[in-house]
Design a protein around this ligand. Structure first.
Ligand SMILES: C[S@@+](CC[C@H](N)C(=O)[O-])C[C@H]1O[C@@H](n2cnc3c(N)ncnc32)[C@H](O)[C@@H]1O
Length: 218
C-alpha cells in the first residue's frame, strides 16, 4: 500500500515508511520541482535538443513539468530517467499532478507511465523519453547529457546515492557546460561535485528550503 499525501501547495507526494522519507518537499511538491528542476535546470539549459538525465523517475513529476515547459518554449528534449523501484500504474494514476498542471497534462502523464521501459518513446511532439529500470549504483552509464536532475532520496537516508563514485559516474557523462541541479545543499555534496569538475553555486530554495545546489561542468 503506497502512502500518498497532500503537500502544502495541494499536490501529492509519496511517503516511504521504510526510509521515513518523502519523494518531494512536504511544503509543495509541484512548487519544489518547478523551482529547482525547471527553474534552475531546464530554463537555464540552452541546448536544443536538451539531453536530460534524471536519477529517480519516481512519480514522473519532473518529467511531466519538463514536457509541459518544452511545449511552451519549443525546446526539444531527450529525457533519460533511471529508476530502480518503478511505481505501479495504479499508484501513478492516483497522483493529482495532471489535474493541477493544465490542459493536455493527463495524456502526457499517462504516456510517461505507460510507455515501455528501455526504449525511446515520443510522449509529446517535442519530447522523447527513455526509462531505464536499473540500480544506478551498479549501472554502467553511457552517453552525454546537457542537464542532470539529481533527485535521489536524501544523503542521510540513502548515502550510497551520494558518494564520490556516483558523482564521478555523472561527470563521465557530462561535458563542459553540463548543468546538474539537486535539492540538497549539504557541504559534502558540494565538495564531491567540485572534486569531479563542477563549478558549484548555491541558489535560493523553494519554500521550506533555504538553499539548493547547482553545478556547471567546467
Ligand atoms: C526523491 S524520489 C524521486 C522523485 C522523482 N524525481 C519525482 O519527480 O517523483 C527518489 C527516487 O529514486 C529512486 N531510487 C532509489 N534508489 C535508486 C537506485 N539505486 N537507482 C535508481 N533509482 C533509485 C526511488 O525509487 C525514487 O523514485
Amino acid at each position: 500500500m503506497t502512502d500518498i499525501i497532500r503537500t502544502s501547495d495541494g499536490s501529492h507526494t509519496i511517503y516511504v515508511p521504510g526510509l521515513d522519507e518523502h519523494y518531494h518537499s512536504v511544503h509543495g511538491a509541484i512548487q519544489e520541482s518547478q523551482h529547482i528542476f525547471i527553474g534552475y535546470g531546464f530554463d537555464s539549459c540552452g541546448a536544443n535538443p536538451c539531453r536530460i538525465l534524471e536519477i529517480g523517475l519516481g512519480t514522473g513529476l519532473n518529467a511531466l513539468l519538463t514536457a509541459l515547459r518544452s511545449a511552451t518554449t519549443g525546446q526539444k528534449v531527450l529525457y533519460t530517467s533511471i529508476e530502480k523501484y518503478p511505481l505501479s500504474n495504479e499508484t501513478a494514476s492516483m497522483l493529482n499532478y495532471p489535474s493541477l498542471t493544465g490542459e493536455g497534462s493527463h495524456e502526457v502523464f499517462s504516456a510517461i507511465h505507460s510507455c515501455e521501459w528501455e526504449t525511446w518513446t515520443d510522449i509529446t511532439q517535442l519530447m522523447q523519453i527513455r526509462k531505464i529500470k536499473e540500480d544506478f549504483t551498479g549501472m554502467d552509464l553511457r552517453g552525454k547529457f546537457d542537464l542532470i536532475y539529481f533527485d535521489a532520496f536524501g544523503p542521510d537516508k540513502q548515502p550510497e546515492m551520494w558518494t564520490a563514485e556516483i558523482f564521478e559516474k555523472i561527470a563521465i557523462v557530462s561535458e563542459p557546460g553540463t548543468i546538474l541541479v539537486t535539492y540538497s545543499a549539504k557541504g559534502e555534496v558540494k565538495r564531491k561535485l567540485r572534486a569531479c569538475g563542477f563549478e558549484v553555486t548555491m541558489l535560493p530554495g523553494p519554500p521550506g528550503k533555504r538553499e539548493i545546489t547547482r553545478g556547471i561542468r567546467k
